[in-house]
Design a protein. Structure first.
Length: 564
């Protein structure tokens, strides 16, 4: 065969090979364009288009004077798309140096390539994040994010509550007003190169910032109340203590304190029991502070007057129980005013018997017990009130009038005494005055007792503090008239009252003629002393004295010379 024929054969064979290759390529291209076009298009879009959520800034929570109680601090969140990361080991090692993350955890996650989002470091320090991102690792991105911070640390922690890592309110006012504080996140659709560099923004929906919440809390009054409670708990070896300070005319809560407390910035590491706002959620038998309801109802029904006198034996028989006063005494004649001033159990039960169960139940409800006050705070308890006649026994008329067999909250007691401070008109307590530029506080009001009865109760409650030998002498404040009531209540257990466990309380208002402050203090399980006049009344005086000076409320009576 000639060389020319061999060459032609080789050329034809080569052409056939090229034709076959071209046919295969053409078929592959046709299959990709026709059959796989839709799925590959979506894959390309996922690889080169990304929708990024832009978080909305959470609103600030302020106290009444504009002091921030909860703020958002700017931080940078660094994340990765494992499918786009080309140097997973270098990314993990660099993240360990920049943020202190464990590379032995991050590196396998980057290799696993499960999903298109993986946190490298959330809420990173801005400088550290900037230095890390400057290395331009493929598949590594960031976005600005706020980290919730509480600049007052322990002050009002149970009130303010806290927000989680996703900036969602999980407790307190952060939860109650979460919708207003949170705002609405925005989003951006970004086009990236195959290595992850942004080259275009297709669309943007701006975030709507959260609204600020302005509370009625006075940070200095709150901080002082917490400090007084801590000292009181330490002095008497108590389990806990609670204080409520209210403006009785507006219902604005100026402070709602408790001890022990916690630092709101460490909420994720705190025992949940410490986060409970005891003044709102916890119920207890109020003891003698509840005698206000018994006496107020009897005065309003014209069954007694402050000067009505009763001959009171050492104890009074009610069904199978003989009720006596806290201190042993012989048979005495006491007026209604003296019964309240000396906190006589026998006297209160005697008055309640004349009032009768149906009327007593009516006045319990009228003073606001048995239902939540309506405070703008999550988890408020309504207390426990036995319903007449279904839930009353033969001894109930001897228990309830002196604050036993009934469960109330500290806030309910404060609101009831606030009604007397406010001329007989009950005002719904509230914690927030406005959200953004809109005022939200429109407290409900209703008259509890007439102005005449209110004046009588004010005088009688003043005697509790001023009258020699009365139970509330330790609540006196030099230069100011004070009205109030002590309470010492046993704590019930599963089999009757627990021996040696009490709640000591005092609630009062000042100055009496034109009350500006209503203060309640309750101390749970004090040990070295148990009576409200000894344990809680001095704390009341210390809190109220500071508040009067802080608010610039002038004295209303001359300072009495000290007795030598």
């Amino acid at each position: 065969m000639s060389r020319e024929k061999q060459a032609n054969r080789r050329i034809r064979l080569l052409l056939l090979v090229f034709a076959a290759i071209f046919a295969v390529a053409l078929g592959r291209a046709t299959w990709l364009q026709v059959v796989r076009a839709s799925s590959l298009g979506k894959l390309a879009q996922r690889q080169h288009q990304e929708t990024v959520v832009t978080p909305a800034g959470r609103g600030t929570i302020f106290d009444a004077s504009g002091e921030p109680l909860a703020i958002g601090e700017q931080a940078t969140t660094v994340y990765a798309d494992p499918h786009q990361v080309t140097k997973p080991l270098q990314v993990a090692e660099a993240a360990a140096k920049a943020f202190g993350v464990d590379p032995n955890v991050l590196y396998p996650e980057l290799l696993r390539k499960q999903g298109h989002f993986l946190y490298v470091q959330r809420f990173a320090d801005a400088k550290a994040a900037s230095a890390f991102l400057a290395r331009h690792f493929a598949g590594v991105y960031s976005y600005p994010e706020e980290k919730r911070s509480y600049p007052q640390n322990t002050v009002a922690a149970q009130l303010i509550g806290f927000a989680g890592t996703d900036n969602t309110g999980l407790g307190g006012l952060e939860l109650q007003y979460n919708r207003e504080l949170a705002g609405r996140p925005g989003k951006q659709t970004i086009v990236r190169t195959p290595v992850g560099r942004a080259i275009d923004t297709l669309s943007t929906v701006p975030a709507r910032e959260g609204r600020d919440v302005f509370t009625t809390i006075d940070e200095r009054i709150q901080a002082n109340a917490e400090a007084v409670l801590r000292r009181t708990v330490a002095q008497f070896g108590a389990r806990a203590a609670t204080a409520v300070v209210i403006d009785p005319h507006s219902g604005a809560v100026l402070a709602m304190a408790q001890a022990p407390g916690y630092n709101a910035n460490n909420a994720s590491h705190v025992n949940p029991a410490l986060m409970t706002n005891h003044a709102v959620t916890d119920v207890f038998e109020p003891g003698s502070v509840f005698k206000l309801v018994t006496v107020g109802g009897a005065l309003s029904e014209h069954i007694v007057t402050p000067s009505t006198k009763f001959r009171l034996p050492p104890c009074i028989q009610v069904a199978d129980r003989c009720i006596h006063d806290a201190e042993n005494r012989p048979t005495e004649v006491m007026s209604v005013a003296q019964i309240l001033a000396r906190s006589s159990n026998v006297g209160a039960v005697t008055i309640a018997k004349k009032l009768g169960p149906p009327e007593l139940e009516k006045w319990i409800a009228r003073f606001g017990f048995g239902k939540p006050t309506g405070l703008d705070f999550p988890g408020e308890s309504g207390g426990i009130v036995p319903q007449w006649p279904a839930q009353w026994s033969g001894t109930t008329i001897g228990n309830v009038p002196i604050g036993q067999g009934i469960a109330v909250t500290s806030l309910q007691i404060a609101a009831a005494y606030g009604a007397i401070a406010n001329g007989g008109v009950w005002v719904e307590p509230h914690l927030v005055s406005r959200v953004g530029g809109a005022y939200v506080a429109h407290p409900r009001r209703h008259r509890v007792v007439s102005p005449a009865v209110d004046r009588e109760l004010k005088t009688m409650l003043t005697n509790v503090v001023d009258e020699h030998g009365a139970t509330g002498n330790a609540a006196q404040i030099p230069g100011y008239s004070v009205a109030g009531k002590t309470g010492t209540a046993q704590i019930p257990g599963p089999h009757g009252y627990t021996t040696g466990k009490y709640v000591a309380s005092f609630v009062g208002f000042v100055p009496v003629k034109h009350p500006r402050l209503l203060v309640l203090v309750s101390v749970q399980e004090p040990h070295s002393a148990i009576f409200g006049g000894v344990v809680a009344a001095p704390a009341f005086a210390e809190i109220a004295k500071f508040d009067l000076q802080h608010l610039g409320i002038a004295p209303d009576q001359p300072v009495r010379p000290s007795t030598p």
